[in-house]
Design a protein around this ligand. Structure first.
Ligand code: G3H
Ligand code: 13P
Ligand code: ZN
Length: 335
């Protein structure tokens, strides 16, 4: 058993309390490789932001859970080496789908877990989430639950249709399960194709697709039921058009990719939403930089020469999200 506190990680409790009070959100970035992790840590240190490192099922399959957990331990030391005296880094299991997986992560150093029972019947979601919370809280590990279903075309996290969270269920769910935060569905979804063209309108100036707004009325109703309770938004990539254009101009074929406009994420960050999950935007930034470098320098074959620019582009993206969208810059408990 390795408790996360032994390796310098923190859980989400204090940072969420401060974020809800302060009207900003903590970034939760997925990581699968060293370049992403370096970019996340450099961005968090340079902006003095707390940060959540997320490990998905796809990441565990690709990079190995044990290796990722040791990389997170290394990230704490790396942040200190970069000059951050008191880093606030959470290692979080993203979309945990069983009690056994959550238990295993808790026993091997994760400081936070998500148990995603959102596809289960309500009572089964409550029972599974309650079981994970009872185990996790013995070790002071925080737990995120989910109510409502996000639509999406991710490899591992998919549902054909979304169902908004029902505000009338949230008090019962939070009370019965004891969760520390609640992921909700208000119109976001996973991946780079969040809306079909039929769901969008066309911007007459640019000809680009404009997505429908998030259901802020549902968010408001949830906040009224659970004042001050930490709310989580998954599927919150904005799918920057610039990255999509670079990818397509350099041999890619991303058609009509649409994300959540940053203005809406800014608005959500000021509410009880205190954790915002971003993965696809990092994938796009990395792919854009790699495609561009290889197109411009076809003779290049040293991976550092194209992964380096990819890392730089992801770092810029993470800093932009922290500073210009979520507002978590300068919000470490001890600067
Ligand atoms: O929530 C979904 C994340 O974007 C992770 O997806 O399992 O393909 O890594 P993944
Ligand atoms: P995006 O696909 O919008 O980046 O969402 C990521 C996510 O919710 C991870 O849990
Ligand atoms: Zn998610």
């Amino acid at each position: 058993m390795t408790n996360y506190k032994e390796i310098g990680l923190v859980n989400t409790r204090a940072m969420f309390a401060k974020a809800v009070d302060g009207g900003y959100a903590i970034p939760a970035f997925n990581f699968n490789n060293m370049e992403q992790l370096q970019a996340i840590i450099m961005a968090a240190v340079e902006t003095k932001s707390p940060v959540i490192l997320q490990v998905s099922k796809g990441a565990r399959n690709y990079a190995n859970q044990t290796l990722l957990r040791y990389m997170a331990e290394g990230a704490v030391e790396y942040a200190k080496e970069l000059g951050c005296k008191h880093p606030e880094i959470v290692l979080h299991l993203d979309h945990g789908d069983s009690f056994e997986l959550c238990k295993n992560c808790i026993e091997t150093g994760f400081s936070s877990v998500m148990i995603d029972g959102s596809a289960l019947p309500y009572d089964e979601n409550v029972a599974l989430t309650r079981k994970v919370v009872e185990f996790a809280h013995q070790y002071d590990v925080t737990v995120e639950g989910e109510l409502g279903v996000l639509a999406g075309v991710e490899d591992e996290v998919s549902a054909a249709e979304s169902h908004y969270t029902k505000p009338e269920e949230v008090i019962d769910f939070v009370t019965k399960t004891g969760v520390d935060s609640l992921a909700i569905s208000i119109g976001t979804s996973h991946g780079a194709y969040k809306f079909t063209p039929e769901q969008c309108t066309v911007d007459p100036k640019t000809g680009r697709l404009l997505p429908p707004p998030l259901a802020f009325d549902v968010l408001k109703a949830i906040e009224e039921k659970l004042p001050g309770f930490p709310i989580v938004l998954h599927g919150s990539s904005s799918v920057p058009q610039e990255d999509v254009d670079i990818i397509n101009a350099n041999g890619g074929a991303l058609k009509q990719a649409v994300g959540i406009p940053e203005e809406q994420l800014r608005q959500a960050s000021k509410s009880a939403v205190c954790k915002i999950n971003i993965d696809s935007d990092s994938r796009l930034a990395m792919t854009a930089a790699i495609r561009k470098t290889l197109a411009e320098k076809p003779a290049e074959f040293d991976p550092r020469k194209y992964l380096g620019p990819a890392r730089d582009r992801m770092k810029d993206l993470y800093k932009h999200k922290i500073t210009d969208v979520l507002g978590s810059d300068g919000k470490l408990l001890q600067l």
